[in-house]
Design a protein around this ligand. Structure first.
Ligand code: SF4
Ligand code: SF4
Length: 254
């Protein structure tokens, strides 16, 4: 896309599509995008008439440094643009994830396909206009219809299972808290550390900021009480920098 933008300007393609819309020949103007958030922001600033953006989003690419699904998605949301999702199953690869990921999924929903987890993940994001899923046969179409005909967004437990899958695939910013609660016993402020991290992971793993804030609000002893004594860090088997991550949670969720 970077290379094409100059050509769009040179041949006045933005004006051309706007004219088509004015003539009633197209209903909505949008574009498919494969570059990074800086360029997306520039285009949305310069072309406020754009009504939607098509982005590559899936749980594997959410934090991928070359695809940058999350960063692009956040720019589209910042400008209030609905998103059409492409590559929700990452070219079919998430229909056949590693066995460890498959086991996670089937332990929770023995009857549901790995592809269904990938598609429901993106369809559960806020502001999604459509999810484009390439299907090669009737079996795949039936599978898609079985959970999209009456769509239910991922619940909190399912979101956490996806975060585990992201971690296994080595592409996650989520906090690797296992909720063992070793840290809470010695905390002088009795902060509900695992619950705070669980709420924060809703945001970090799938951008569900409102859902994360709601989960955070329901916690009685929150991150703001932390005095950074770091007693908890000495016992955390996952070596999480708990005080820093609590400060981060406070900034994002309060
Ligand atoms: S650093 Fe914060 S969370 Fe950890 S024990 Fe101290 S007060 Fe509790
Ligand atoms: S000790 Fe570490 S892994 Fe265990 S609940 Fe606390 S933060 Fe999470």
């Amino acid at each position: 896309m970077d290379n094409n933008v100059g050509r769009y300007e040179r041949y006045r393609l933005w004006d051309y599509v706007r004219e088509l819309k004015e003539k009633g020949l197209v209903r909505h103007i949008g574009f498919s995008f494969h570059s990074g958030p800086e360029l997306l922001e520039k285009l949305l600033q310069e072309h406020p008439k754009v009504e939607f953006v098509q982005l590559q989003i899936n749980y594997r690419d959410w934090e991928d440094p070359s695809v940058r699904s999350r960063a692009n998605y956040e720019v589209a949301r910042k400008y209030g643009k609905p998103v059409v999702v492409m590559e929700p199953v990452k070219g079919g690869s998430l229909a056949k994830p590693p066995q460890e990921v498959k086991d996670l999924f089937t332990a929770y929903h023995p009857e549901m396909s790995p592809a269904s987890w990938a598609i429901r993940y993106v369809a559960s994001l806020e502001g999604i206009l459509a999810v484009l899923s390439g299907m090669s046969n009737q079996e795949q179409m039936r599978d898609n219809l079985s959970y999209m005909a009456s769509f239910t967004p991922l619940n909190e437990e399912e979101q956490h299972i996806i975060h585990e899958a992201q971690r296994i695939l080595g592409n996650s910013r989520t906090i690797p808290c296992t909720a063992c609660s070793y840290c809470t016993k010695g905390c002088p402020q009795q902060i509900a550390i695992p619950e705070v991290f669980r709420a924060m992971n809703l945001y970090l793993g799938s951008g569900q900021k409102e859902q994360a804030r709601e989960a955070y609000r329901a916690i009685s002893n929150k991150a703001d009480l932390c005095i950074a004594c770091k007693q908890c860090e000495a016992v955390c088997p996952q070596h999480i920098r708990i005080a820093d991550r609590l400060r981060e949670a406070k900034e994002v969720l309060e």
